[in-house]
Design a protein around this ligand. Structure first.
Ligand code: SAM
Ligand code: SF4
Length: 321
C-alpha cells in the first residue's frame, strides 16, 4: 500500500519485547522500562497482525526488541511468520550475545540474514557501553553466523569523541570478512538526545582519508536507507545510515509495531495506533483497518533537526530501532 506521499510501505519492524540482557548507555542503561508479560503481544497476535499487513503489501519483517532473543522461542515466531503466504523476508536485529545459542533454530526457522549491533571491539569499552563483559559471546556469534551461511551486517553507533579506534577496528571486520559494517547516526530518541553525535559525514571523511579509493555503490539494496561504499580488496562493504545528516524520509518504506501492540508510522512522533482492543476481540478486519490508517497517517518526514518538535517520549529499546 502507498501512503499519502506516494511511498510504498512494504516493511514492518516488530519489537517483540522491551526487555534486554544489555544496558547500553544511550538506550536503556537502567533497564526499568520493562512492562508486564501480559502487556506484551503473544506470537499468535503478532501473526494475526502480519497476516493483515501482508494483505496490504507489507511482505518484509524485521524482528527486534529490546533484545529479541531474550524471548526464548523467537525462532518459533520467525517460522510462524514465514508460513504466512506472501511473506518474502523475515530478518532479525540482535545484540548478538545469545545468537550463537539459537543459531541452529533460527536457520531452521528460515532466517537468512541478521543484523548484529556492536559499537566497539575493545573489551573495556564494550563493558562501559553495554554494562556487561559479553564481547566474546558477540564475536563468537558473528563468526558462527557467517560460517553457517547467514548474511551478517554489523550496525554500529559512534557516540564518543574518541571514536577513531572503534571506527578503524570495525572497518577491519569488513576488510577481513564478508560482513557489511554500517554506521548509524545517533538519533535524538530517548537518551540518544543527550548523547554525543558523530556525523556520518565525518566518518565518511575519515574513511576517505584512510582508503582513498572508496567507491559509492549505486545499487540499492535491502529494506533500509543505508548507502554503501566499496573499498578495493575488502570482503564486505561499509554502509552509512544517516538519519540526521542525510534525511532519507522520501524513501521511507516502513511502519513499526511495538511489543505492546502499538503501530508507529514515524520514529519521531509519539502518536500511535493501538491494536490491543482489536486483537483482544480477535477482530482481524479491524486490525487490517488500523494498519491501513497508520500507513495513511504516516507523516512526510521526521523532525530530528528540530528537537523541540519531537513528540516521541519512548526509549529506543521500546521501539526497536
Ligand atoms: N537489542 C537489539 C540490538 O541492539 O540490535 C535490537 C534493538 S536496538 C534498540 C536496535 C538498534 O538501535 C541498535 O543497533 C542500537 O545501537 C540502536 N539504537 C539505540 N538507540 C539509538 C539512538 N538513539 N540512535 C540511533 N540508534 C540507536
Ligand atoms: Fe539492549 Fe539493543 Fe538497547 Fe543495547 S541497543 S540496550 S542491546 S535494546
Amino acid at each position: 500500500m502507498n501512503d499519502s506521499f506516494g511511498r510504498q510501505i512494504d516493511y514492518m519492524r516488530i519489537s517483540i519485547t522491551d526487555r534486554c540482557n544489555l544496558r547500553c548507555r544511550y538506550c536503556m542503561p537502567d533497564g526499568i522500562i520493562q512492562c508486564d508479560h501480559d502487556e506484551i503481544l503473544t506470537f499468535d497476535e503478532i501473526v494475526m497482525i502480519c497476516k493483515e499487513a501482508v494483505k496490504l503489501g507489507i511482505v518484509k519483517f524485521k524482528i527486534t526488541g529490546g533484545e529479541p532473543l531474550v524471548r526464548k522461542d523467537c525462532a518459533d515466531l520467525i517460522k510462524m511468520i514465514y508460513q504466512i503466504e506472501g511473506v518474502e523476508q523475515v530478518t532479525l536485529t540482535t545484540n548478538g550475545v545469545l545468537l550463537k545459542d539459537y543459531l541452529e533454530d533460527l536457520i531452521e526457522a528460515g532466517l537468512r540474514s541478521v543484523n548484529i549491533s556492536l559499537d566497539t571491539l575493545n573489551r573495556d569499552k564494550y563493558r562501559e557501553i553495554t554494562g556487561f563483559d559479553e564481547i566474546d559471546m558477540v564475536m563468537d556469534s558473528i563468526s558462527l553466523a557467517v560460517e553457517a551461511g547467514l548474511k551478517v551486517k554489523i550496525n554500529a553507533v559512534m557516540h564518543d569523541k574518541n571514536y577513531k579506534e572503534d571506527f578503524e577496528n570495525l572497518i577491519s571486520i569488513a576488510r577481513e570478512h564478508p560482513i557489511d559494517v554500517r554506521f548509524i547516526e545517533m538519533m535524538p530518541i530517548g537518551l540518544g538526545a543527550s548523547s554525543h553525535l558523530v556525523s556520518n559525514e565525518e566518518l565518511l571523511n575519515e574513511l576517505g582519508k584512510r582508503y582513498g579509493e572508496i567507491e559509492f555503490d549505486k545499487v540499492k539494496r535491502g529494506n533500509g536507507p543505508a548507502i554503501y561504499y566499496k573499498i578495493p580488496k575488502f570482503k564486505g562493504d561499509i554502509g552509512f545510515i544517516s538519519a540526521i545528516h542525510g534525511k532519507f524520509c522520501k524513501d521511507c518504506n516502513r511502519i513499526r509495531l511495538t511489543s505492546r501492540g502499538e503501530l508507529k508510522s514515524c520514529l519521531c512522533y509519539g502518536n500511535e495506533i493501538s491494536l490491543k482492543d482489536a486483537l483482544k476481540a480477535g477482530d482481524s478486519v479491524k486490525v487490517g483497518r488500523l494498519i491501513k490508517e497508520s500507513i495513511a497517517k504516516k507523516p512526510e518526514q521526521h523532525c530530528f533537526e528540530e528537537i523541540e518538535n519531537i513528540t516521541e517520549k519512548k526509549k529506543m529499546a521500546q521501539i526497536g530501532g
